[in-house]
Design a protein around this ligand. Structure first.
Ligand code: ANZ
Ligand code: ZN
Length: 832
């Protein structure tokens, strides 16, 4: 092996070795502690980019480190293979999505193999393959069975010119990506997963994820968006019913001057019927229905509305309150109606100004300076209540409680929480996704496909025109089917599932990827879950991570797993930046990983990405940094070539007593480096400083040890301690530069693989500044020795002496009378 170091040759040699020897294969061996290390699987776009290199290098470093620490490590890889780009390629280039995806996977798998990542490739999962998406369909049926999957009308993006539904990504600044026509909203019946069923658990679970970045948890909490408030009933004098509104500010109840309803509110029709306002109201409702919801609720959007002609009664003052319809009120939130308090809510204020509705101040600020007419709404919850009957003088917070209580006593209200979280719309009017296993029959209605008939295979013969509804509508052989219930002619659902469904449970599949009886093998799952370390991009902070948490709870409630949360630790890696901007094709600042591997090797690419920045921080690309990493690895190889292993394999322990200061210093440096690298990976999670510590160690060896040896031919240091140190160096290098480490390990005469070599353990005694030998006497006679930090206190020395295996036999079980300690030198145990 002592040949010149050519990274490319070394790397392909070891990659082949690993593959042949299945070095990274993990079996269900329960004798060791398990560790499940997972990186977010890629979309097979065709080529890996530097962002992939970074995230997979981080994960690989952890996986290798944990294996060497004695864990049974599950480290799998797969492909998030359904999705829009494949379909776009079909439309634009005429390549079938199957072919496009298969080619891309092949070339990306090849690239990942050239990086030498320690994946157990026997567990590879590809979501577009029927033996994977079959289980998406299975989960869908289970969820349908328990009411967690349901169908309702919802709006989609629609391009009138192409006559097609557009995914959000295909709407570019409000216009169609292909023809630039303005996109409108269209209502279609679609499938939903009832994620709101778990809203409270998903929220409270955030408090039990201490190893997730806090900003991710904040984003999840905000997305779920729990609001505690009150539902208040405003009686409708015309009918014997009432209109229920939701408010978080019951303290402003006396400031209500009108009520606002969502145009979609089911009670609107009854309120306007036969009123003079009816025609105008209907026109307004039609207008608003076509508008995008995010536009409707944006702060800058013009507040618009129309009077219904109807009134409600104020529950406390009995005053008639006019009911309006407002564009910024959504049916999806709260109850779909709002008590408008223009003096204290800015949207209501703008609305009242526009339509000349009264504005009544009911909270005076602390300094008492608010006067009517107001220039803007006073929205703070500070000050005192005014014009509020018996609640005058209370603080807003106290009044919130008091008014809620009074409403409850009089039967006009109850406390209620609402969540911003909406059910997950999973229908996509697309081809390249999992077919939804439902059949529509004129006689039987909505009929699920029988479990035994799964998978519903996605047909390959489909025309990709990019126009019309779901492409599957044009595939007659797929569409037309016999009803599973009555056997008459029926039609399949032609929507496919959102690809986020695929990624919501792939981490479960890796545990038993070839299981045929179900999505997962319950025993295998129990032994590997949850994922101990998950690594991926912050762009998935909400959707993917929330959906995966949701699925975990569903699968748990189906009785298949026992965990509540899928990912114990989460690391969100920073971006790769070059010249101040994120590396991207459009910016033209991309460094191709293949070029890097070709020129310097995968180990250099790995070492650089780990060294250049802490994992969560952005990494600024630097060609000098890459060269620096390359040179370091070359030098390490040189050092090891110059100092091949010698025969002498005595333990360093026996040397503690009799060696020179130089040797002592060397051993101390070795142990300190072990400690630093270990802690930096395991505790601080800073591979960059761990690598820096290795570089320091290297410099120390070269400058303080090797050069003096050369100069003075001092044989003593060039000995056991030195070689033990070099061995440790190679092991510590392995998680960062695994190919070179294998080469050096073999060069030093050890059998492969270094991946299965135990991680070195440091001796705490060698960590402290000065280590001395303490002599232990029993009744004045020397019976033992141990080494300890020079500054060890009396209690420590006493305990060490009494527990010293050499000494214990001499105590003969007699009671200890006295222990005399001479600090830094001696412990004398007196007993009879
Ligand atoms: C009266 C009030 C007075 C309000 C006041 C606010 C300030 P969060 O905190 O985000 O949950 N609201 C309720 N349902 C709505 C809907 N479907 N569409 C639009 N707005 C709606 O917001 C709760 C507040 O948002 C509620 O409290 C309600 O306005 C409004 F000084 O009621 B508030
Ligand atoms: Zn039928």
């Amino acid at each position: 092996m002592s040949s010149p170091y050519h990274p490319k040759e070394t790397e392909s040699f070891w990659q082949q070795y690993w593959e042949e020897h299945q070095t990274f294969r993990v079996d269900d061996d329960r004798s060791r502690k398990k560790f499940y290390c997972l990186e977010m699987f890629p979309y097979p776009s065709g080529r890996i980019h530097m962002g992939h290199v970074r995230v997979y290098t981080i994960g690989d470093m952890i996986a290798r480190f944990k294996t060497m620490r004695g864990y049974q490590v599950l480290h799998p890889m797969g492909w998030d293979a359904f999705g829009l780009p494949a379909e776009n390629a079909a439309i634009q280039k005429g390549i079938h999505p199957v072919q496009w995806t298969t080619q891309n996977i092949a070339s990306m798998r090849n690239q990942l193999k050239r990086m030498g990542f320690s994946y157990d490739w026997s567990r590879e999962v590809t979501t577009c393959s029927p033996d994977y998406y079959k289980w998406n369909q299975w989960f869908f049926l289970k969820m349908w069975g328990c009411g967690l999957a349901y169908r309702k009308e919802a709006s989609v993006n629609w391009c009138p010119a192409c006559a097609t539904v557009l995914a959000n990504e295909q709407v570019v600044e409000g216009v169609c990506w292909r023809c630039d026509s303005p996109v409108t909203q269209k209502s279609l019946k679609q499938w939903f997963f009832k994620i709101t069923h778990y809203a409270e658990e998903l929220l409270s679970g955030c408090d039990r994820l201490p190893h997730w970045p806090s900003r991710v948890l904040t984003m999840q909490r905000n997305w779920i968006g729990k609001s505690c408030g009150v539902e208040i009933m405003f009686p409708l004098p015309e009918s014997s019913s009432a209109l229920t509104i939701f408010t978080t500010r019951p303290d402003t109840l006396f400031g209500v001057t009108f009520i606002l309803m969502a145009p979609e509110h089911p009670m609107v029709s009854a309120l306007i019927v036969e009123k003079p306002e009816e025609a105008a109201a209907r026109l307004f409702i039609e207008q608003v229905k076509g508008q995008d919801k995010t536009v409707r609720t944006s702060l800058t959007q013009e507040k618009e509305g129309v009077f219904t002609g109807a009134y409600a009664r104020h529950p406390f003052t009995q005053e008639p309150i006019p009911i309006w319809i407002g564009n910024f009120v959504l049916m999806e939130y709260g109850t779909g109606s709002v008590m408008a308090v223009p003096a204290h809510d800015q949207r209501d204020f703008e609305f009242a100004k526009k339509y000349g509705l009264p504005i009544r101040l009911v909270i005076q600020n602390r300094s008492g300076t608010l006067t009517e007419p107001l220039a803007e709404a006073y929205t703070h919850e500070e000050g005192v209540l005014i014009q509020s009957g018996s609640f005058n003088g209370m603080t807003p917070l106290a009044a919130q409680v008091a008014i809620a209580r009074q409403l409850a006593t009089e039967g006009f209200g109850k406390e209620k929480s609402h969540y911003r979280l909406r059910d997950w719309g999973v229908s996509r009017q697309r081809y390249w996704g999992t077919p939804i296993p439902i059949v529509y029959c004129d006689l039987c209605g909505t009929v699920p496909v029988a479990e035994s008939d799964l998978p519903v295979i996605l047909p390959e013969e489909v025309a990709f025109t990019g126009a019309g509804h779901s492409p599957l509508l044009n595939a007659a052989s797929f569409l037309n089917v016999l009803c599973p219930r009555c056997g008459k002619a029926a039609q399949r659902e032609t929507d496919t599932m959102d690809t986020f469904v695929d990624s919501s449970w792939y981490f479960l599949r890796y545990v038993s990827p070839h299981e045929k009886s179900g999505p997962i093998h319950p025993d295998a799952v129990a032994s590997f879950l949850p994922v101990d370390q998950y690594v991926g991009g912050i762009e998935h902070a909400v959707l993917h991570l929330l959906y995966a948490r949701f699925f975990t709870k569903v699968v748990r409630d189906l009785g298949l797993i026992k965990i509540d949360e899928p990912f114990t630790r989460l690391l969100t890696q920073g971006m790769v930046i070059k010249g101040g901007a994120k590396m991207s094709k459009s910016k033209g600042n991309v460094v191709d990983p293949d070029d890097l591997i070709e020129k310097y090797g995968a180990d250099t690419a790995r070492l650089f990405t780990l060294f250049a920045a802490p994992p969560e921080k952005d990494l600024e690309w630097s060609d000098e940094g890459v060269q620096g990493a390359y040179r370091f690895l070359q030098r390490v190889d040189r050092l090891m070539q110059d100092h091949p292993q010698t025969e002498d394999k005595r333990s360093t322990d026996s040397m503690k007593r009799h060696h020179s200061d130089r040797v002592k210093q060397f051993i101390r440096m070795t142990h300190r480096t072990i400690k630093k690298v270990t802690d930096d990976i395991e505790v601080a999670f800073q591979p960059n400083t761990a690598i820096a510590a290795l570089m320091t160690f290297y410099n120390f060896i070269v400058r303080d040890v090797v050069i003096p040896i050369r100069d003075k031919e001092e044989g003593e240091v060039y000995s056991v301690a030195f070689h033990a140190g070099l061995d440790d160096f190679v092991i510590l290098l392995a998680p960062f530069a695994p190919h070179l480490a294998e080469r050096l390990w073999a060069m030093r005469g050890y059998p492969p693989s270094i991946h299965h070599t135990p991680w070195p353990v440091y001796d705490p005694e060698w960590i402290s500044d000065d280590v001395v030998t303490i002599v232990v006497q029993v009744n004045g006679k020397v019976r033992g020795r141990f080494t300890a930090p020079a500054d060890s206190d009396d209690i420590t020395l006493r305990e060490r002496a009494l527990a010293d295996p050499q000494t214990i036999p001499w105590l003969k079980g007699q009671p200890v009378q006295n222990v005399i300690i001479v600090k830094g030198k001696l412990v004398n145990i007196v007993c009879d």
